[in-house]
Design a protein around this ligand. Sequence first.
Ligand code: HEC
Ligand code: HEC
Ligand code: HEC
Ligand code: HEC
Ligand code: HEC
Ligand code: HEC
Length: 358
Amino acid sequence: MLNCRKLYGLMIFLLFAGGSSLEGLAGVHDGGVGACNHCHVMHADESGLIGDNPLLKGNNPSDLCLGCHATAYGAVLGMDPLAPPPEMGAGNFVFLLEENLNDGPDGLINPITGDAAGHNLNAPGYGLSSDPTYVTSPGGSYSAALMACTSCHDPHGNGNYRFLRGPANQEGSGGTFSYPAPNAQGLDVVAGAPETNANHVAYRSGMSMWCANCHQDYLTSRHGMVSGFRHSTDTALRRGHINTYNAYNGILDPTGGNQATAYLAAVPFEDLSNTTDSTAGPAGSSRIFCLSCHRAHASSGPSSGRWDFNVETLGEDGLMSGSYPIPNPYTHPSQPSLCFKCHKKIPGPAIDPVEIQN
Ligand code: HEC
Ligand code: HEC
Ligand code: HEC
Ligand code: HEC
Ligand code: HEC
Ligand code: HEC
C-alpha cells in the first residue's frame, strides 16, 4: 500500500514529468517519455490521497491494466468466452465468465462455474470479481481477495520475464516472493503472431518455483493438496517419458513422431535450449513443470488446465457444458487426454490413474 512519503514523491515526480507527450505507448512500463501519465493522474483530492487506489487512472490496478490489455497487447481477457482472443501463452481471463466448465459425464447435474477456470481478479469494470471459493491460494497463504494483475506483475516493469515479481520486485504485491521470476522468453505482445507448435513461449527454467511463491506445497508435497491428484511438479523427465513424448503424434499416429519435430505447445516442458521457434521434443535436460498441464491466467477447463482434465476424449470438450472447446492439437475427436504425450498408458479416468507405464 502507498505510504504518504511515497505519495509525495510520486506527486512531485508527476508534476515535473507532466506535460510531456502522451503519444505512443513505447516504453509505457519502463519509464519512457510520458509513461507515468498513462496510469497515474496528476492531481489527487483529499479522498484520493487516503483511498485505496490513490492517483491511479482506473478503479483499481486490475481495471487499469485491462484498459490496455483486455483486447490488445497480448489480449489477456477478450469479450466473449466462446470467441476468445488469440493465445499468446498465459490463457485468457474471459473464461472466468463461463457458466459451466464441466464436460464430464456429470456435467449437467454438477456444473463447475467459471471461477474455477483460473485466477480470479477483482476488476469490476470488466465483470470480474475475487474467487468465491478459495480464501487463500491452495497450498499457500496468498489472500484470494487481494488477487490482481499486480499480484504477479510489477506495473513499473523490471528486467524479469513478463515483469513477473521476484524477491527484489515484490513491494506492493501483497505477498512474499521467495523464489525469483522464471527464465523464459515470450511472444511479442505488440506485433507477434499467436501460439503454434513452431511459435511459442520458450520456457527454460524456474516456473514451478515461481508459482510456489503462492503454492509452496504443490512443489514440496507433489501436488495433491486439494483434489488428491499426485504428481511431481518440478523434475527431470525420465527416458521413458522422453521417448514417449518424441514418438507420440496423436491417436492416429501414436509412435510415428520424432525428436526434431515433436514439440507440442499444448504440453510444454522446460529446457534451457528452448527457443520461441524450436520444434524439438525433450532431451535428458528437460523438465516437467506447472505449465506442462496448466495455463498461468485461465483456460476454458477446470483448474486452468491446458486441456480439459474431466473428459475422456478431447472431442467431448464443450459438448456437455456449452463452454468453449480448447483447441485439440491433434484434431481427431477421439483424441484422449494429453497426459498421453508423456505416458504410454493411463488406465482408468484420466485424472485418477491406477497404474501407469514409464
Ligand atoms: C502501467 C501502469 C503504470 C505506469 C506506467 C506507472 N505506474 Fe506507478 N503504479 C501503478 C500501479 C498499478 C501502482 C500500485 C497502486 C496500488 O497498488 O494501489 C503504482 C504505484 C506507484 C507508486 C507507489 C509505490 C509503489 O511502487 O507501489 C509510485 C511512487 C509510482 N507508482 C510512481 C510511478 C512513476 C514515477 C511512474 C513513471 C515513471 C509510474 N509510476 C508509472 C501503475 C503504473
Ligand atoms: C496505457 C496502456 C497500458 C497499460 C495501462 C498497461 N499496459 Fe502493459 N503493456 C502496454 C504495452 C504498449 C505493452 C508492450 C510494450 C512494452 O512492453 O512496454 C505492454 C506490455 C505488457 C506486458 C508484457 C511485457 C513483455 O514481456 O513484452 C505485461 C506483462 C504487461 N504489459 C502487464 C501490465 C500490467 C500488469 C498492467 C497494469 C498494472 C499494465 N500492463 C498496464 C500497455 C499498457
Ligand atoms: C501471487 C500469488 C499467486 C501466484 C504467483 C500464483 N497463484 Fe495460483 N492461485 C492463487 C490464489 C490466491 C488462488 C485461489 C483464488 C483463485 O482461484 O482465484 C490460486 C488458484 C490457482 C489454481 C486453481 C484455480 C481454480 O479456481 O481451481 C491453479 C490451478 C493455480 N492457482 C495455478 C497456478 C500456477 C500454475 C501458477 C504459476 C504460473 C500460479 N498459480 C501462481 C495465487 C497465486
Ligand atoms: C497468478 C499470476 C498472474 C496474474 C494474476 C496475472 N498474470 Fe499475466 N502472466 C502471468 C504469467 C506467469 C505469465 C507468463 C505465462 C506464460 O508465458 O505461459 C503472464 C503473461 C502475461 C502477458 C503476456 C501475454 C500472454 O497472454 O501470455 C500479459 C500481457 C499479461 N500477463 C498481463 C496480465 C494482466 C493485464 C493481468 C490482470 C488482468 C494479469 N496478467 C494477471 C502471471 C499472472
Ligand atoms: C501432470 C500435470 C500437472 C502438473 C505438472 C501440475 N498440475 Fe496442478 N492440476 C493438475 C490436474 C489434473 C488438476 C485437477 C485435479 C482434479 O480436479 O482432481 C490440477 C489442479 C490444480 C489446482 C486446483 C486444486 C487442486 O489441487 O485440485 C491447483 C491449485 C494446481 N493444480 C496447482 C499446480 C501448481 C502450482 C503446479 C506446479 C507447482 C501444478 N499444479 C502442476 C495437473 C497438473
Ligand atoms: C510433460 C510430461 C508429463 C505429462 C504431460 C504428464 N506426466 Fe505424469 N509423469 C511425468 C514424469 C516426469 C513423472 C515421473 C516423476 C518422477 O519420477 O518423480 C510422471 C509420473 C506420473 C505418475 C506416477 C506418480 C509420480 O508422480 O511419480 C502418474 C500416476 C502420472 N504421472 C499421471 C499423469 C497424468 C494423469 C497426467 C495428465 C493429467 C500426466 N501424468 C501428465 C511426466 C508427465
